[in-house]
Design a protein around this ligand. Structure first.
Ligand SMILES: *[C@@H]1O[C@H](CO)[C@@H](O)[C@H](O)[C@H]1NC(C)=O
Ligand SMILES: *[C@@H]1O[C@H](CO)[C@@H](O)[C@H](O)[C@H]1NC(C)=O
Ligand SMILES: *[C@@H]1O[C@H](CO)[C@@H](O)[C@H](O)[C@H]1NC(C)=O
Length: 346
């Protein structure tokens, strides 16, 4: 271990400690505010009405060949058309692509998956199952299991973080790639050094704790999801396109403790402890297809500079900014996002 690795290790430990105080404080405040509601839990067994909207597509699933994982999805368009694979972020599910599923079905077979651990996709139990390296291999398996050699890959947030690497390591499987509000790992590493991004990323450190983050997300009948998707801090402009009934779909996807634990494991398995072999693998590969980065400028978790820095990783990357849109860019301003997507794809 060199000096840099040791410094990084202590910086990471210190940050977890520091921001855990904020997380625990938040949990305590929620408890004090309504101790009677704190442990309340509604009945989330039934699929919310919005998720069963037949206009969005048909529900299906595939079993991956090597990992044996079952991955569920919703698809729209004709099977056999070029594949458009849509990969959601945290704490979401296939439903994040509700404004794209139908829109792009005229030309593509649009498949919006539930990532491993999410909704009714399989939930491998070990932390090792959630390293970016594993999850990226899983994505390659999904393309194969759907019966394709390659496709157009569209991804947001955690999905986007994975697909930045997928576009390098599995470039032969990518026709074109579209990533939304997710930075390239080198850009994020650089920006962690700035106070602004460090503060915005506080929850990534708090999520390293066991149990408490699951509890914070789940307490008071999952009310944190309302803040996340519709609260003032979320920055969402078009609340009519992000209704309470929409948020119910995300609550349902992560209503079980187990699902929330899996979703949080994406942070636990990858922040502050990336395997050096994986970094070497990434360094030896490079993006070799056109990649469009779409960025909502009012992201509460990711600073704007991350977009510009990410765009510099390859001259195949272009950027479109969606002014005023929140982190949930493809749901907040689907009109503009779909316009940029078509322009890039045609
Ligand atoms: C998976 O698909 C099969 C049919 O192909 C269906 O019978 C089963 O209910 C599906 N499972 C889930 C969890 O969607
Ligand atoms: C989960 O991780 C364990 C330990 O690395 C491994 O044996 C197992 O095959 C993994 N499961 C999946 C579905 O990848
Ligand atoms: C909100 O969603 C509807 C489709 O349900 C769409 O027509 C409208 O353009 C969306 N609003 C924005 C700002 O994109």
């Amino acid at each position: 271990m060199g000096v840099k690795e040791i410094a990084t290790y202590f910086f990471f430990r210190f940050s977890v400690l520091l921001w855990s105080i904020k997380g625990i404080g938040l949990l305590f405040l929620v408890f004090i505010k309504s101790p009677y509601n704190f442990f309340k839990k509604g009945n989330w067994n039934d699929t919310p009405k919005n998720a069963n909207d037949a206009n969005l597509g048909v529900h299906g699933n595939v079993t991956l060949q090597r990992s044996k994982l079952k991955i569920t999805y919703v698809a729209n368009g004709k099977r056999g058309n070029p594949l458009m694979l849509c990969v959601h972020g945290f704490p979401e599910c296939w439903y994040s692509w509700r404004f794209q599923l139908k829109e792009f079905s005229s030309k593509y077979w649009v498949v919006a998956i539930n990532l491993p651990g999410y909704a009714d996709s399989d939930k491998p139990s070990e932390l090792a199952n959630y390293t970016a390296e594993r999850l990226i291999d899983n994505l390659a398996e999904v393309v194969e299991a759907l019966g394709y050699e390659k496709g157009t890959i569209v991804a947001h947030d955690w999905g986007g973080a994975l697909v930045w690497s997928f576009a390098s390591l599995y470039s032969s499987m990518c026709d074109k790639v579209i990533i939304m509000n997710a930075p390239h790992s080198t850009a994020l590493r650089k920006m962690f050094g700035t106070l602004k991004q460090y503060q915005k990323s506080w929850y990534m450190f708090f999520f390293q704790l066991p149990w408490l983050p699951e509890m914070l997300m789940g307490c008071c009948d999952l009310q944190m999801f309302n803040e996340f998707f519709r609260g003032e801090e979320s920055g969402v402009k078009n609340l009519e396109n992000m209704t309470e009934a929409d948020v119910d779909v995300y609550k349902h996807a992560l209503h079980s403790w187990e699902a929330r634990k899996c979703a949080l494991n994406y942070y636990r398995a990858n922040i502050g402890n990336v395997s050096p072999q994986f970094i070497e693998r990434l360094k030896k590969s490079s993006i070799s297809c056109p990649l469009l980065l779409i960025w909502g400028t009012e992201d509460f978790a990711l600073s704007l500079e991350l977009a510009a820095l990410s765009a510099k990783v390859s001259n195949l990357v272009s950027v479109e900014y969606v002014a005023g849109a929140s982190h949930w860019v493809q749901q907040d301003n689907p009109e503009e996002v779909n316009k940029y997507m078509w322009k890039f794809l045609n």
